[in-house]
Write a protein that binds this ligand. Sequence first.
Ligand code: FES
Length: 578
Amino acid sequence: MSKKTNGAAQDEASGLRKGLTSYGDSGFSLFLRKAFIKGAGYTDGALDRPVIGIANTGSAYNPCHGNAPQLLEAVKRGIMFAGGLPMDFPTISIHESFSFPTSMYLRNLMSMDTEELIRAQPMDAVVLIGGCDKTVPAQLMGAASADIPAIQLVTGSMLTGSHRSERVGACTDCRRYWGKYRAEEIDDQEIADVNNQLVASVGTCSVMGTASTMACIAEALGMTVPGGATPPAVTADRMRIAELTGTQAVEIARQRLRISKILTADAFENAMRVLLAIGGSTNGIIHLTAIAGRLGLDLDLKALDRMGRETPVLVDLKPSGQHYMEDFHKAGGMATLLRELKPLLKLDALTVTGRTLGEEIERAGPGFTQSVVKTRQDPIYPQGGIAVLSGNLAPEGAIIKQSSANAALMEHEGCAVVFENAEDLATRIDAADLDVTPQDILVLKNIGPKGAPGMPEAGYIPIPKKLASQGVKDIIRISDGRMSGTAFGTIVLHVTPEAAIGGPLAYVRNGDRIRLSVSQREISLLIPEEELERRRREQPVTPPTAERGYKKLFLDTVTQADKGVDFDFLRGVPAKPK
Ligand code: FES
């Protein structure tokens, strides 16, 4: 190798010769690198192989990734069978329940960590081991920005448990049981008992929450090996997928199949179809928008809504349906769904196997009788799971998960009961003197990207105790925040622009009338425009700021929900042919 390696030559370099540390002498840089890695006992023969990085997100704080050691072993085995050199490295790992103030606040940081470690360290391809809600989007965002050959491996779903003969799983049932407890339908002993059963093993939430949604989306995007989305975390199938992922990683390294060749506009369209058909998490839209943005692509929410009118919910999983991820896997997983959706998909989209999605559907063979994935003629819900709303309350859009909403509330006018922020909500929601009826509409402000900050999953506003104890199970709720993919109810989310930057939501007052019409895709504040203007002038909003650190970076640069809540400076430009 020449001592003077220019940038272009570096770009074409492979294996350990990639991305040499800058000592002003590339020959010495490689010499030094090899000397150090040989300290770990490697031979020259091993170091000449294609290098496959493995982003390892195993962490004691992340039980959703509790099988990471076994997955890592299986991926390494696959890489070595195919003649590659596996090199695992740690990155930030995020778990939903162990992230303060909220996991979304850290997603972009994890994506930057992933991107920069992929860039900084020599690798010809990278295997991304992720699973819990924010980890897969963060990894795909980071890998998309680094634009090297990449393949996603998800950790897989947890098993379901059993509580007093009832099958339970995180986290739709967590919310259901907590709702019963709040309504005093179950006692302290029972809520403690069910706490032991909701998470029966390591792995990601067992319903169609955000983690399962992102797993299905990753496969629909062509970013996993076929069948990679659904095997539960602790099964032999999951380990086989891990081994195959390792083997395929070497192949995409040899073919130099960059992620930008996979993550095309067609791939994102397929992902949106799947998001709608699985009754997927509303968070999936934000994450898909952010991933697309890294490649300079825009996700068209209006197109998503149009697709939703012709893409029914087919997968019968909680929270929209009845089953759990392990049932979806036994029903054939994504192959069964993709076969049913075939007429609606962009079949020429390339996948990490080097074959198209259409070819993979053909290779999966014929389906079999099962009861989890419905036909388009007999769906769970006649339209897509998510509807996109707009109106003077949300000029840049809002969304509702219509497949898990209450049909009786989807065309409704009511009076606003306003909470100014999460603290105000916590203080007053259960007050005996809260002036609220089941016909009212709960409005929560300042839980958007900048407001909280980090757009927490606080949009699932609890039913006020006063109503819950009367047996009220649902009420319209509106906020600029998100909700967990495992949650359900007539809940309008992602109101954009958010209250904290002066969106119309900031000016809603107690008693204002609001109209929700899901059929018309409308969310309107029924006050005259002049009144709204008057309130704006009287109460100008000052967006939040911070003095230093990551919080300052976050508040200064985070975008709104319709732009993926990514940092504005991380958006990419469309890839040039390479
Ligand atoms: Fe990790 Fe639900 S908390 S997937």
